[in-house]
Ligand binder design. Structure first.
Ligand SMILES: O[C@H]1[C@H](O)[C@@H](O)[C@H](O)[C@@H](O)[C@H]1O
Length: 646
């Protein structure tokens, strides 16, 4: 146990025995509790659950009284207001990354965009987000959290305006880069800000709400995509420009919202920090929290020294180095588990499973995004109940199994891939590689080709592999499947990117399981854990690095997916992601400590031991110490019990 933690125990046990003595002394008239409260006495009670405190009966009574008292002390609504306003940054992150796919469908027709420009408009945002997340660390340290959130909303507003008014593709590219800069700064600042203003027992839940807003933004974007897809002219302007609305709300909201008190204390603005701390803690005494933050900063400065760039100090000081590895590792494995590929690929997976109507694809993507959102909500509910570690481990285990099922689904469909039975010739006389494939599997892996076929009961007959239309993947470039309305009337089917098989339900099952398991844990926990594992002096830089890693792996995985699928086939690609997820599981099992209910200032001590011994601390769980606030003091809830007292 760290020195600080043991001091806490000593202090709180002393408070307990004082209080019990007080109680015994005053018991005859039964006025102990009320007179203490009337005198405004604020104190901490610690109850060591398996300790040998003799007077267990009165201890239990006291504990119950303290618990009742604690339940009456509500967390001030102001903390929720701060969290929701900052989580608008998460909403914009989700909206702007999600909306582009629908906008591109319209843009590529209107501005005649080729594949390269489409690629550029998608990946420029993610690339800019990676860079600005890294730079955001320096800005957060220098300016504070609030100016960074204001800066990100300015980027979002300017980007949305540029995009909505764009007359050419170059302006569009500029707008997407500006939006990316906003996403990067927001993605690293918002979780830190929420973690710093939240009380310990609600911190996990409030930071996880940010990811709920991310997935909510993605879902909202897909609905907007669906709604405006019918507006062939200028529909994309509304899709891309609408994000200005939440950005403006956030900007004006934050003009009136305060800076993080932790950052202010670090910068020596102690009066202001105290004022804000009392504002966000309502009627609770802030002395202990304030002292603990201040002492912690002073101790850290003594231990680590204040000279040299933060990243060098982090790398040379073992606890922060370990925390950095854990944080970046979590973000890397989040992306390597293929979330964005699965989301991107969901429409095809659903089509494979028998949904033949192409116009529904966009709405199907909305269903996927909604599932992701819904199960992130489960994460918000679970995070303070089961803790970060168990939630992440459970989620990644399920995700790995789901990826294996997805891969098996693709494997089955490749194994029983239908034969190509017809070989029509290109009317223009050109030689197409498509007509050389003898099985659907080869045809589906070639991005230029698709399968045109008829169904006899559930068997594929009269199939041919032909080039896909350049403007839309919904039909063939020539032949029987080149006119959508005609081929549907003639009961022909067109499969692009997939092969019709009776086992496609396996991939559908894999997709559903994937989202159900990924969304509550692996989606939000990397952000939540990163916001709490770094000490104050290293928090901005630590979060900048881990968010940067998230964005870099996001680009890598999405840019390489199609090539990976071409070289390794689809099932190979999903087995590869399952392999990464399996490695992530080992990493998390060994290295991720439980941070639930701990004060931000205590978390550093979890990284004092060698890396990958964190799992061992689990065994301490049976012997927990519980701090319960009696009227207004700062408190520290036990790991096991936070849910009981909310
Ligand atoms: O946590 C989020 C969330 O899971 C999103 O759905 C995903 O698109 C992001 O890449 C991820 O960072």
């Amino acid at each position: 146990m760290s020195r600080k933690a043991s001091e806490n125990v000593e202090y709180t046990l002393r408070s307990l025995s004082n209080l019990m003595g007080e109680k015994r002394r005053r018991q005859p008239d039964g006025s102990a509790g009320s007179s203490a409260a009337a005198a405004g006495e604020r104190s901490l009670i610690a109850a060591e659950s398996c300790s040998s405190i003799n007077s267990q009966a009165s201890g239990g009574e006291l504990e119950r009284a303290a618990r009742r008292q604690f339940q009456q002390d509500e967390t001030p609504g102001f903390v929720y207001v701060l969290s929701v306003f900052s989580a608008l940054g998460g909403f914009l992150f989700g909206y702007d990354t999600g909306v582009v796919s629908g906008a591109l469908l319209l843009l590529k027709r209107e501005l005649n965009l080729g594949a390269l420009w489409q690629e550029l408009l998608v990946s420029s945002t993610v690339g800019a987000a990676a860079l600005s997340a890294l730079a955001g660390g320096v800005l957060n340290g220098l300016w504070g959290r609030r100016p960074c959130i204001l800066l990100s909303s300015c980027f979002f507003i300017a980007g949305a305006a540029l995009l909505a008014a764009a007359q050419d593709k170059e302006t569009l590219l500029g707008g997407r880069i500006v939006v990316g800069l906003g996403i990067g700064v927001a993605s690293m600042t918002v979780p830190v800000y929420i973690a710093e203003v939240a009380p310990p027992h609600l911190r996990g839940r409030l930071v996880t709400i940010n990811t709920l807003f991310i997935t909510g933004g993605q879902f909202f974007a897909s609905v907007i995509d669906g709604a405006f897809s019918y507006l062939a002219k200028d529909g994309w302007r509304y899709m891309l420009g609408l994000s200005a609305v939440p950005a403006i709300i956030q900007f004006f909201g934050f003009l009136f919202l305060p800076e993080s008190p932790r950052w202010l204390i670090q910068k020596g603005q102690t009066q202001k920090a105290r004022r804000i701390l009392s504002q966000i803690r309502g009627n609770q005494t802030i002395d202990e929290e304030y002292d603990s933050i201040k002492n912690n900063i002073e101790e850290e400065e003594k231990e680590v020294g204040a000279a040299g760039p933060v990243i060098c100090r982090m790398l040379t000081y073992p606890p922060t180095r370990r925390a950095l590895i854990v944080g970046c590792g979590l973000q890397m494995f989040q992306q390597l588990s293929g979330i964005n590929t699965v989301m991107y690929y969901s429409a095809t997976i659903l089509q494979m499973s028998g949904v033949q109507d192409d116009s529904r694809a966009i709405w199907l993507a909305a269903v996927t995004a909604f599932t992701n959102f819904l199960f992130t909500l489960v994460g918000v509910w679970l995070v303070e109940k089961v803790g970060r570690r168990k939630l992440t481990l459970g989620s990644l285990t399920g995700t790995t199994v789901a990826l294996i099922i997805l891969a098996l689904g693709f494997l089955l469909s490749a194994q029983i891939s239908p034969r190509v039975t017809l070989n029509p010739t290109d009317p223009s006389g050109q030689n197409s590689t498509c007509t050389n494939y003898s099985y659907c599997n080869g045809c589906m892996l070639d991005p230029d080709c698709g399968l045109c076929y008829r169904l006899n009961k559930s068997n594929v007959v009269e199939s041919s592999c032909v080039p896909v239309k350049k403007e839309s993947t919904m039909a063939a470039a020539w032949g029987r499947c080149s006119n959508e309305t005609r081929f549907k009337r003639e009961e022909l089917f067109w499969a692009y990117n997939f092969c019709p098989t009776p086992y496609s339900w396996t991939t559908l099952l894999g997709l559903i399981l994937y989202l159900v398991f990924f969304a509550p844990g692996m989606g939000p926990m990397p952000w939540t854990v990163n916001s709490e594992i770094h000490p104050l002096w290293a928090r901005s830089t630590g979060n900048a690095c881990s968010s940067g890693v998230n964005w870099i792996f996001n680009v890598l995985v999405s840019l390489t997916f199609l090539h990976t699928a071409e070289y390794l086939t689809y099932y190979g690609a999903f087995f590869l992601y399952a392999g990464f997820a399996g490695m992530g599981l080992i990493f998390i099992y060994g290295c991720l400590p439980e941070t639930k209910g701990k004060k931000l200032e205590e978390i550093e001590s979890l990284f004092e031991n060698r890396l990958c011994t964190c799992g061992i601390s689990d065994s301490d769980e049976g012997r927990y110490i519980e701090y319960i606030r009696v009227k207004g003091s700062n408190y520290h809830l036990s790991d096991n019990d936070a849910s009981d007292v909310e």
